[in-house]
Design a protein around this ligand. Sequence first.
Ligand code: PLP
Length: 407
Amino acid sequence: FDALRETDPQIADVVLDELERLRGGLQLIASENFTSPAVLAALGSTLTNKYAEGYPGRRYYGGCAAVDRAEELAIERAKALFGAEHANVQPHSGASANLAAYAALLMPGDTVLAMELPHGGHLTHGSKVNFSGKWFNTVGYPVRRDDELIDYDGVRELALTHRPAMIICGATAYPRLIDFARFRAIADEVGAYLMVDAAHFIGLVAGRAIPSPVPHADVVSCTTHKVLRGPRGGMLLCRESLAQRIDKAVFPFTQGGPLMHAVAAKAVALHEAAQPAFADYAGQVVRNARALAAGLQEQGMRPVSGGTDTHLALIDLRGLRITGREAEERCDAAGITLNKNAIPYDPEKPMTASGVRVGTPSVTTQGMGEAEMARIAELIGAAVRGEPVRDRVSDLVARFPAYPAPL
Ligand code: PLP
């Protein structure tokens, strides 16, 4: 860090300001976490210098012996941790992993059945502004209006009507468990591939806190930076029979040189996720999310679907007559970082939204438990009502410092 401060004090300031923000507030974005110093060390290493197009042992560049070991370790650890026959650890991000999965299994114009965006699906599941919606014919399945859960019979009907080449499950803002076996049965009935986008919850799978999609899916795509607590990046898991198609779809079809510093950091994160302590962590993430959702309910905010089985809760704010955008702004001013989010059948536009999404990966990494979640719910309640709570937020986070060591 001293070298950075000397060469570029402006960027050094940015890094310090961001660290201060992380340390000084509550981080409740469901897709974020605090990576370990070991992951950061791999990310900040000279592995970033290396070109390594291709795969271990089959590279288009010399000098790859060391980085080959990093990628082999990442692949072996991913396969062992998730019981997968094949792993590709090169996708630069979750969206890149999804692009490669589409490329491996489909041709442009094919029909894809995926969760509707306003009900929790991701941009890469068929949004008109994304490759998925422009190059593929996407059909969305909603959640039910009454209980806000996936309507599996409805999904089956849509599958029978539209005969998709691929069905996607996995979402950005769905707080409940997904019945992967049910999706598999629907996919088999119509002869479709089943892709599970586990970006959000793969870390809970790693920690054995929720069931695994790996035995059911043709391809599992994921990110490595959410509950899994690794570097920003993506990963694909699949059966051996699809291994070549997946690898070719990542490189050379959709990417060039892999980010070897990130691949090494993924290996570190996968090693950490295989330790018993990570299972404790993943279990606590879910217990904390449940406690936070229950606490927010006491504050007059309604958890969509009545609660959560995962690391996140989607909160309907209409009972308090406040929009998601207003709540996000008020919480931000109080040092509580969360995001506005559409709720199912939301009457508001996405940039306003009737809800917020909260997640517990980061605060759980800091060591907080259910008692602190109850406190955080009170603080959010006070913040959205416009009470000044910045000092109380500071007092709470001071007891659970993120990145306590100096840079
Ligand atoms: N898929 C899902 C379900 C996601 O929630 C996200 C990101 O939040 C992605 C894919 C994309 O990941 P990335 O932002 O790394 O491209």
